[in-house]
Design a protein. Structure first.
Lengths: 285, 285
């Protein structure tokens, strides 16, 4: 079970992309008897997951209508949660509000994160209060140090440092946030395919011998109110299947969903999960 | 046909990894009646390719024996060419020389490129002259501007700039050198899987609509005497199969092998190939 803490007041609108995070937020609200509504983004949010909760559907290209829906629901705060892929401009079918927004911010020149920052700014310019997932699910943020029974050994720490270094370089360029490193070799880097598929690829690129670490970090300039990177029990399962020795996530920058199940799975398989400081990747050459 | 120019004197030892580059060098030497020998690295160099040329085999873990072989062959200059993956330390089975070399340079803390620089330094410390592939195949280096009939349009240039920016960030961290970008979205980033497989993955991640550019660059700190990144007709075929609109390579930093065939293939399929300056990726935000 996830331990939630609620730092919010009033009705909460959860703008919901894919994955388990929006539902975890909705359940936290329900548990704490806080009013909420899910605004499921078509093509991303999972219909089955939304069913048991108050929800509406919205198109990602219809930012104007999303804002109107939040006002109709009289929600006082907005959380963005879950995975969203930037669609092609052709598939976006933007409403008038979105057309103007894109014209202003020049979407094509931005990475995902730059775009999300601009969308948040647009919501705030409309008088809506955008709060972070972490303020609703504070206990889900990774802390420094081992989460489960196991801790990285010296060899794993060398791979973690290398992974943090590469992930930080990627993050500064607003591209990708996860890598797999084994014996100092960067096996795979995540871009648009998602962490689980990247980890599965790393399994096919592994060298003989022990080791291999998944490192996942927030982007240094990431607006932490917006969607933070997530791991969960599925991520651990992917790492186990790939024969990795562990997972390092940025302390304070990555959410661990379904924490107890994730830790149990890691403990059972002999994997470590550890929170690592961004500074632990400083080049030592 | 490749147009070669030879800037070398005396016998040339080609330390041969995988791919087409070692053979292109051997053929350039033969064409220009320069004495040469291929030192095929077991597990990397293609046996069939070496057959028609004077060659020996060597293990990548036996650096001492590679140096001894070069001396026995009385080669005056050494070229490293072709793709080599860093093996696991377990698979390396290092000879005594290699053990000492690794102890000195601390292989695990280095990326591929850092390691290669150290190997080159070790060869030079042994009195061998290490020269670059580009000095043997000067005409194979990409020049600025379009190589074939087509040139990137404004949309493609936006993707090229983004790709150059991400590839440069990766290169500075000594990890990866190729990315695919479409409509500003980084679809895929190369690590250990190689460019062709990365491009094939990008095809599955493409958004609707036109575009998609493969960007391949040398690492900024790369020792250019060592193995430079390469594209060839196979790379073009992969880009065509992936539905990309073109390929941008770093002018002066990437070798285009089998240039006429590569250009013909690109022209036939309506793809551009262009040499791009590293500075063209400067962030414009």
């Amino acid at each position: 079970m996830l331990q939630e803490s609620l730092g919010l007041e009033g009705k909460c609108a959860i703008v919901a992309g894919g994955g388990a995070l929006p539902l975890a937020l909705a359940e936290a609200c329900r548990t704490h008897e806080r009013p909420y509504v899910l605004l499921g983004l078509e093509g991303f949010a999972e219909a089955g997951a939304l069913k048991g909760h108050p929800h509406r559907w919205a198109r990602i290209g219809a930012v104007g209508r999303v804002i109107a829906a939040i006002r109709e629901e009289a929600a006082t705060e907005v959380v963005f949660a879950g995975h969203v892929r930037r669609p092609s401009l052709a598939a976006l079918r933007p409403d008038l509000y979105t057309v103007r927004l894109l014209a202003r911010i020049g979407a094509k020149a931005l990475g995902d994160d730059g775009l999300m920052r601009q969308v948040a700014a647009a919501f705030e310019a409309e008088g809506l209060k955008v709060v972070g997932v972490a303020s609703v699910l504070a206990d889900a943020l990774a802390q420094p140090g081992p989460l489960g029974r196991l801790a990285p050994d010296a060899t794993a720490w060398e791979d973690i440092r290398r992974g943090v270094e590469v992930a930080a370089a990627l993050g500064r360029a607003d591209a990708g946030q996860a890598v797999v490193v084994q014996q100092g070799i960067v096996l795979a880097i995540e871009a648009a395919e998602g962490t689980d598929r990247m980890v599965a690829r790393a399994a096919r690129l592994r060298r003989e011998g022990p080791g291999g670490v998944l490192v996942k970090m927030a982007k240094p300039q990431q607006d932490r109110r917006m969607d933070l990177p997530v791991i969960g029990a599925d991520t651990v399962a992917a790492a186990v299947a790939a024969g990795l020795s562990g997972i390092a996530v940025e302390a304070g920058g990555v959410l661990v969903l379904d924490r107890e199940a994730a830790i149990r799975r890691a403990d059972d398989a002999g994997l470590f999960i550890t929170g690592a400081e961004p500074g632990s990747g400083a080049p030592r050459r």
